[in-house]
Design a protein around this ligand. Sequence first.
Ligand code: ATP
Ligand code: MG
Length: 386
Amino acid sequence: MERCLIAWFHEIALKGKNRRYFEGALRENVKKALTGIPHRSVARLSGRMVVDLSEAADLEKVQRRMSRVFGLAGFAIGWRAVPDLDKIEEQLWQLVRERDFESFKIRSRRTPRSLPFPSTLVNNRLGDFIRKKSGKRVQLDDPDLTCSVEFVQDQAFLYLDRHPGPGGLPARTSGRVVTLLSGGIDSPVAAYKMMKRGCRAIFVHFHSYPHTSLASQEKVRKLVRILNRYQYYSTLYMVPFADCQRRIVAFSPPDCRVVLYRRVMLRIADHIAWRKRAAGLVTGDSLGQVASQTLDNLAVISTVSKRPVLRPLVGDDKEEIIALARRIGTYETSILPDQDCCTLFVPKHPVIRARASHIEKIEAPLQVEEMVQQAVGQAQLERFGN
Ligand code: ATP
Ligand code: MG
């Protein structure tokens, strides 16, 4: 029997006229996810995607990769079957006999005109056959084993395990966002959430080398590599921030510095967004988590950007963020020790209620436009492929 992968679409089924566009993008993404895995074809078939896998395909790898393809509701690694019930009985028995189970059910589905008889008839017939062969009992509610049979047009598929997909919208179908990526726990999760909604994330990291270590930059690259598994191609702007910080420190009272750093960071990110035609910025801020993330401070920080500043974690608790970080694979890297430029030259108790007029007065002599131009000019662009 030939191995194949069957994948089901998520919300895109709802997308009306855009449906073809989303399905096409999803198919491209499935192809990218299968890079290096021997397979013959990736076909669209009545709301599904079917991939014929070669003998040599590493199935665990297929499963791992598919679980990261946004837009998939679920997938199964199964077999192609001949659409003939006599043959399917035998094929199914060959698969089932290798499994350890006490109860089972048959779950068959068909697209219109694929079969001349209803699914219930298929269920009854295959159920009887397997019951007699195996001596095990049929149990419709929560059985040990579910044997699925799908008749789609003139083709048929068998599978025993169905895996959940990540949901969301296909990567890179919603436009670009510039994501401010620190080495911490939150911003990689924020990037993930936007990528899951179909955004292509362009990463920007600010470092204060030589005040911060090269290892901290390496950590950010490692995070980008992990996140890149969800979008297959990524760019990272490494922006030197030491000069900006030095100037801010020279002209400002310590308690305002975090807000000033952030305002300059956002302006730089906004400039990169303009260049890369990205429609928004993304940060990992969560309301009230630290002093710089009070509503007042976020408001004073956001105003410097011409583009909307998206904060997908704004209402999340730390525990929720950590749970998601673990799930997407960034947590272990995020908790490695690093040096963050934002903790340089700032007091333990920064302002929690920044006022725009006050901050603007302090900023006036800083010549921020020049700072932004200089930082953008010095930024190093790094690319990450599939
Ligand atoms: P994180 O866990 O993402 O570091 P945090 O809880 O430490 O966030 P802050 O340090 O206040 O919070 O940073 C808030 C947000 O500002 C980050 O989530 C990130 O989007 C952005 N940011 C902070 N520092 C940097 C940096 N060095 N480079 C790029 N973005 C940064
Ligand atoms: Mg941080």
